[in-house]
Design a protein around this ligand. Structure first.
Ligand code: NAG
Ligand code: NAG
Ligand code: NAG
Ligand code: NAG
Ligand code: NAG
Ligand code: NAG
Ligand code: NAG
Ligand code: NAG
Ligand code: NAG
Ligand code: NAG
Ligand code: NAG
Ligand code: NAG
Length: 757
């Protein structure tokens, strides 16, 4: 038998039929003992052979006559003369319009042949319970209800071919629970058939269901039948759909096979789909692809379905596509309604998982405004006159909006000059971008975000500038397989030089960038200046300190309150020098004290017996000015104190801006002989008084150099809470021991005179 089986061998059914012998098969399957399987069916297709070549053990049937009642015009069955148990009716070419009215009275009817009449309905046939064969070939039956043959356990054959059948109610064959082996509705006007009239769930096997020569183009599922995991279709049979109007396989999910592989349950069914209007396009691809997976496992039937459309595939067998592995030729053309741009050719090609939009050479100046709503678009705009990729056209630029869905973009042979930067970011997801043969004058640096193997520029000639040097790193090397994608040449000395062969100099890059050079120089200079000045500052730290301090004091009007200091002047000198001592006590100190300056002269004012150093520290911390007589080093006990006084003087001077040090170069020393560098600094910056000057000048200069306390504070504090007041009082006590009263007067007078000044 030449037929097409869609036998998807996924479920491996155990062929229990092997266990049966030929005679038992109808007894076991249909509880019929009158049917026999012919001897020659001992073979491979045991079931299908037995079902189709069944032999009936027949007794002699008595033929009944159908007559037309003269009065009613209704056909009736004549009462038989012989009462027999089994009858048959053979009533052909009689223009009879309906079944005999008394047909239900003849329960012994086994075979009915009403072919070539004009019968329109067989609704009441089910009362003939023992009917075995019903032949209604060439009548005018228009429909079949799903209960028309209900309960007819022995009905083995129904022939309704060449009728006017337009509709068969769903749920008929799937519930057929008798011994129906042949159901023939060929040559009718059926346009659709329900899946529940194709599959048999109740009956374990059948021979043939014939839907051929109808106009069936689809399989419906009105009852929403679904194939379950435990659904059994038994041993099936042949379903003939040849010479219909099928163009596509039904959506298997819609006809109840939610899982495609459940179709494997139809293992033993044979489907004949030849001579239909098969359209070999993308829709048949899915079916063919799945079938191809199991093709080599098929042992019984072949995939001989041939294409009717498109013309180039006419009469090509689908199986040939599978065998030659050219299933990718099964495509669907997309139209303008599917958003294919005008003049372009668009098709969906599931075999290569892509949708091609081919606008090659369509003379367009702009990008179209829509693209098919598919993923994996391969868009070809090559050989057009597109000049701009900017997103400034009215409806926006489709490359921007579709970038996620485009996998290949061909813009070659256009007149594009510039690739906008924001577009480059959109190109990142695409596998291939062809911009060769355009008028590219500039390669944007943003391209660095793309893989150079993704993008084809072909040959580009540019004016190379130093800033284009990144291309040398980005472009694939000579040995890379993508090397030919983009070959950038520089115009150099009226020649084309490959950019990878250009030197830095050729790019016009300075060996060192001028800015960098200047930066380096200025850094070096700065470092040098910083080093030198640090050294200088270190060497002249005291001089600088003293000078800065002076400048600060000059700009900052400092008001010193006398109550912060007990003494105005502390005089440090070599006590062992009698001349100096004499000069101080007789001339210098009295002169200062006449100016109401509180003087501390160590050899005069130190308390006898108290620790000298502590007193020096204490008094110096309360003194505002330090007058230091520089003298030569000598080995004497006084030198020890002088050294200490110098130290504390400097110490106090450093931390209190109010304080002053007045250096008097008593021995006319040069700075290099001064061991203490800080005092030497005074000499160096010539901030000292030379002792060789006239006595009067020295006094005046010292007086001028002193930091003076604020006049008022000086006066008010002197009498009451000043330590020096007490000291001078004591001093006066000593001086004027006998004239206590006068002293008091003098004291008052003295104060008055200060107040007056
Ligand atoms: C088989 O058929 C006989 C009558 O022909 C009936 O009595 C019997 O119940 C049937 N058995 C089954 C399992 O249907
Ligand atoms: C046939 O059926 C009719 C009713 O339609 C009934 O009156 C008649 O008795 C029946 N005849 C036989 C022989 O059973
Ligand atoms: C079928 O039988 C019913 C009664 O059982 C009758 O009314 C009806 O007309 C019959 N239909 C046909 C088409 O004979
Ligand atoms: C018969 O067909 C009708 C619809 O025409 C449906 O509703 C009903 O379920 C069907 N009966 C069976 C048993 O499938
Ligand atoms: C077959 O189906 C196509 C559409 O698929 C339809 O145009 C055509 O008329 C149908 N032919 C017949 C004979 O029904
Ligand atoms: C089949 O139909 C289902 C639901 O109706 C749908 O989800 C599915 O995509 C369809 N399959 C095909 C191949 O068209
Ligand atoms: C698709 O279109 C091309 C030409 O435009 C045509 O040759 C081909 O037959 C069409 N294919 C289908 C399946 O419609
Ligand atoms: C480039 O496009 C023009 C039309 O714009 C076409 O004539 C020419 O043949 C194309 N060149 C190539 C190499 O495709
Ligand atoms: C492109 O232009 C359209 C409209 O002109 C705008 O809606 C869209 O946001 C723009 N896209 C980009 C990435 O600039
Ligand atoms: C890019 O386009 C050019 C010109 O149309 C073509 O020669 C080349 O093969 C294309 N490259 C790729 C990878 O498609
Ligand atoms: C690039 O193209 C040249 C010829 O134009 C060819 O000789 C060379 O092998 C190609 N290089 C690569 C890597 O494909
Ligand atoms: C680059 O220079 C090398 C030799 O220096 C030469 O062999 C090669 O062909 C040049 N490449 C190009 C693309 O000009």
């Amino acid at each position: 038998m030449k037929s097409i089986g869609l036998n998807l061998i996924i479920l491996n059914l155990v062929n229990v039929v092997d266990l049966l012998n030929n005679d038992d098969i109808f007894k076991v399957m249909f509880n019929r003992t009158d049917l026999l399987c012919p001897e020659f069916c001992n073979g491979y297709r045991l079931v299908s052979c037995c079902m189709c070549y069944v032999q009936k053990t027949r007794e002699k049937l008595h033929t009944l006559n159908v007559v037309h009642n003269a009065k009613t015009e209704y056909p009736t069955i004549e009462k038989p003369n012989v009462l027999n148990i089994q009858y048959q009716i053979i009533h052909r070419f009689k223009k009879t319009k309906r079944l005999p009215v008394n047909i239900c009275n003849f329960t012994g009817l086994i075979e009915i042949d009403f072919s070539n009449n004009e019968i329109k309905s067989i609704d009441n046939i089910s009362c003939v319970k023992s009917l075995d064969v019903l032949i209604m070939h060439i009548n005018r039956i228009e429909y079949l209800r799903n209960d028309t043959f209900i309960g007819m356990k022995f009905l083995r054959m129904i022939d309704l071919s060449y009728n006017n059948l337009r509709h068969i109610e769903p749920g008929f064959l799937i519930h057929m629970d008798g011994s129906l082996l042949n159901f023939d509705v060929s040559n009718n006007f059926l346009t659709t058939v329900d899946v529940t009239n194709v599959l048999w769930e109740k009956q374990p096997a059948f021979c043939k269901t014939d839907f051929s020569f109808n106009e069936i183009s689809s399989i419906s599922n009105e009852l929403h039948w679904t194939c379950k995991r435990n659904t059994q279709f038994g041993y099936g049979g042949m379903v003939i759909f040849s010479n219909n109007n099928f163009s596509h396989f039904p959506n298997f999910s819609e006809i109840g096979f939610k899982n495609f592989f459940l179709l494997g349950k139809l293992l033993d069914y044979g489907f004949d789909f030849r001579e239909n209007n098969w359209i070999c396009d993308c829709r048949i691809y899915f079916f063919a692809f799945k079938a191809s997976l199991v093709l080599d496992k098929q042992h019984r039937d072949y995939f001989e379905l041939s294409c009717h459309y498109p013309p180039e595939f006419k009469n090509i067998l689908l199986i040939d596509f599978i065998k030659s592995q050219t299933l990718d030729r099964l495509i669907c053309n997309l139209t303008i309604a599917d958003r294919c741009p005008p003049k372009c050719r668009c098709f969906y090609q599931p075999g290569r998982s892509r949708t091609v939009v081919d606008c090659l050479g369509t003379g367009r100046r702009k990008l179209p405004s829509v693209l098919p709503l598919k993923t994996d678009l391969e868009v070809d705009f090559s050989s057009n006159e597109i000049s701009s990729l900017l997103n400034d056209t009215g409806s926006g630029n489709i490359i921007y909006s579709y970038s996620k869905y485009i996998s290949k973009l061909d813009l070659s042979n256009n007149t594009i000059k510039i690739i906008p930067n924001d577009l480059v970011f959109k190109l990142r997801n695409m596998n291939l971008i062809n911009i060769s043969k355009n008028k590219i004058t500039k390669i944007p640096r943003t391209l660095q975000t793309l893989n150079p193997c993704q993008i084809y520029f072909g040959e580009v000639v540019i004016h190379c500038k130093c800033k284009d040097i990144w291309l040398q790193n980005w472009l694939p090397s000579f040995h890379s397989k993508c090397f030919n994608n983009t070959r950038v040449y520089c115009k150099y000395n009226n020649e084309k030089v490959h950019i990878l062969n250009m030197s830095k100099h050729g790019f016009g890059c300075r060996l060192y960038n001028e800015d960098i050079l200047w930066l380096n120089i200025s850094l070096a200079v700065t470092a040098f200046i910083v080093t030198v000045s640090s050294v200088l500052i270190y060497i002249f730290r005291f001089e600088i300190f003293i000078t800065v301090r002076k400048i600060l004091k000059y700009f900052k009007k400092i008001v010193v309150s006398s109550n912060l200091y007990a003494y105005d002047v502390y005089i440090s000198c070599n006590e062992d020098d009698a001349t100096l001592r004499h000069w101080l006590t007789s001339s210098f100190v009295p002169h200062l004290e006449d100016e109401n300056i509180r003087v501390f002269l160590p050899f005069r004012d130190c308390e006898l017996g108290s620790p000298r150093e502590e007193e020096i520290i204490d008094v110096m911390s309360k003194s505002l000015n330090f007058v230091i007589f520089l003298c030569e080093n000598y080995d004497g006990s006084a030198d020890l104190w002088v050294q200490k006084e110098w130290k504390y003087a400097w110490f106090n001077y450093r931390y209190d801006i109010n304080r002053e040090i007045i250096v008097i170069n008593y021995d006319t020393l040069e700075c290099k002989y001064i061991a203490k560098k800080y005092l030497g600094a005074f000499l160096k910056i010539h901030d000292f008084i030379d002792f060789s000057k006239k006595d009067k000048h020295i006094k005046e200069e010292v007086y001028k150099s002193l930091q003076h306390v604020q006049g008022d504070a000086f006066a008010t504090n002197r009498n009451f809470n000043d330590l020096n007041a007490a000291r001078s009082a004591i001093h006066m006590d000593v001086t004027y021991t006998n004239i206590d009263n006068e002293m008091a007067n003098l004291n008052i007078k003295h104060d008055d005179s200060v107040d007056a000044t």
